[in-house]
Design a protein around this ligand. Structure first.
Ligand code: IPD
Ligand code: CA
Length: 262
């Protein structure tokens, strides 16, 4: 499936950053690391990957804006287009030597995400989607699972860390959900959690306290694979408020009822 010129630019940048991350991962014990907040780390690898992506994307599209986890917002000459980048989603996994992390790049056009790429260099899996064109992993089409029974379904979440205010709520949600399902996973990279729902590996995912760079690329991949996504609190906005509940269409309502406790 041939993608747009922008998609190709994104894939090239994601793969290049992915190669740099894979190299740093092999020497992870030598990396400089600092703490941004409780349990929130940034390493030389995050910054290096972000610089690679910024350089590639800015060279290819000099007028677009750029929002990224480590360097924040850079306004572009073109106010309608913006890259949204997480150079290393799953930093904690990375720093603990666990090969489950990804580069996440989305393109926003007039406030709407139109293209997304999530690249997992450890498994060489490139998840991508363009609006109206479906979602893919490498050369294969993605489709959410068809499971419609909670007891057969596996869900993913992000457990709060470092004194997050979301802990009591999440514990209550887990207490309601766990007995009703085949299990819940916490793998530590939200972009991959959404890509895995898109791929039918997980049947659903929910999390609060995210940023739009964690969510933007995964969201279009999930929706283009036939998944449903809403904010957990119906009055919120997924990207602005950083919260999501998503699943295959067949299980979404049952799953959302348990999480929302309605
Ligand atoms: C984190 C991961 C994790 C989620 C955290 C995010 P980072 O992103 O996506 O799964 O639970 O809330 O901050 O810091 O590794 O880019
Ligand atoms: Ca992230």
């Amino acid at each position: 499936m041939a993608g747009s010129a922008n998609l190709n630019v994104m894939i090239k940048a994601a793969r290049k950053a992915g190669r740099a991350l894979a190299k740093d991962f092999r020497e992870v014990e030598n990396l400089q690391v600092s703490m941004k907040g409780a349990g929130d780390f940034v390493s030389r690898a995050d910054i290096n990957a972000e610089n690679i992506i910024r350089e590639d994307l800015t060279l290819a599209r000099p007028t677009y804006g750029f929002l990224a986890e480590e360097s924040g917002e850079t306004e572009g000459e073109d106010p309608t287009r913006r890259w949204i980048v997480d150079p290393l989603d799953g930093t904690t996994n990375f720093l603990h030597g666990m090969p489950h992390f990804a580069v996440s790049i989305a393109l926003e056009n007039k406030g709407q995400i139109i293209t997304g790429v999530v690249y997992d260099p450890s498994k060489d899996e490139l998840f991508w989607a363009e609006k109206g064109q479906g979602a893919w992993v490498n050369e294969s089409r993605l489709r959410v699972s068809g499971r419609n029974k909670m007891i057969e379904s596996v869900f993913a979440t992000g457990l709060p860390f470092g004194g997050s205010k979301n802990l009591p709520l999440t514990l209550q949600e887990l207490a309601r959900l766990l007995p009703a399902t085949a299990g819940v996973r916490r793998w530590g990279a939200a972009a991959l959690d959404m890509a895995y729902v898109a791929a039918g590996r997980y049947d659903g995912f929910w999390e609060r306290g995210l940023n739009n760079w964690d969510l933007a690329a995964g969201l279009i991949i999930l929706r283009e694979a036939g998944g449903l996504a809403e904010p957990i609190d119906k009055k919120a906005d997924i990207l602005e408020d950083g919260e999501i509940i998503c699943a295959n269409e067949a299980i979404f309502d049952q799953f959302a009822k348990v999480i929302r406790n309605v």
